[in-house]
Design a protein around this ligand. Sequence first.
Ligand code: HEC
Length: 281
Amino acid sequence: MTIRLAGIIVGLVITGILVLWSLLPGVINYSAPEKPDYYAFKEELIQPAGGFSFEGPLGKWDTAQLQRGYSVYKQVCSSCHSLQYVAFRNLQEIGFSEEEVRAEAASWQVPGIDPNTGEDIMRPADPTDHFPMPYPNETAARLANNNAYPPDLSLITKARPDGVHYVYSLNLGYKEPDPELLEKTGFETPTGLYFNVYFPNVNLAMPQQIYDGLVTYPDGTEPTAEQISADVTAFLAWTAEPKMIQRKQTGWVVIGFLLFMTALAFLSYKQVWAGMKPKNK
Ligand code: HEC
């Protein structure tokens, strides 16, 4: 009896420690001191109505949305941002056929070498090529962007806290600087920078990119700014973690397996002790 009680107590203590341990980062974050001053005019991140299809334990990619997001990246973002960890053949994973990938790749120009003269040339991309850098190097990129460097976007939704909602919000966060804020903080947006309530210091070197009706979608989706931002954000969530959905599905299989093994262990425990008579009877 005492042994059993002791066992239960030890079990509870260990479970308690594990639970606390896994919640610890959240607790620390929650109780952390106030954010730095400049966060005073940073607004809460926003998200599309109904959230993203890939969020949550049962999330799924919306391939039509990923394809729309790809077209936004291609038409808008790719003139400044690279996507160096993504190859054209990866587009097959978001529902393009092999033929379409080949045609899509060929519509991009990548650096190559002329086989006859050995000179540097631009050639149409192959499916095995990665998305090209829009600038020859970082210096050229900074020169064109008020000395700021447009970061590679392959992993951006992973590289920022709450990255998916951050990228969605940032695209939509360009506003007129609030005069009250201006007075309160003595803050002014310098020439060449743009006021955006979601950027940590509210001034970034990227001008507003997304407007209502900026692109037209072949599938008839209405191209509101919110829709375009959601689509390109979903696409960037996919580039950052193409295996996200498989990962979540594996989680369910693992939980099922553990439940099954628990049941099995319990039954075999019953079986092993079936012949034992209780002591006190
Ligand atoms: C005209 C060039 C240009 C275009 C086009 C452009 N960007 Fe940018 N982007 C920049 C520059 C420059 C920066 C760096 C800003 C800074 O550090 O102040 C940047 C930064 C970013 C960042 C990172 C912000 C951070 O937290 O550091 C994201 C995310 C981003 N861009 C997304 C996009 C998306 C999505 C598109 C397409 C809809 C796009 N950009 C199109 C120039 C551009």
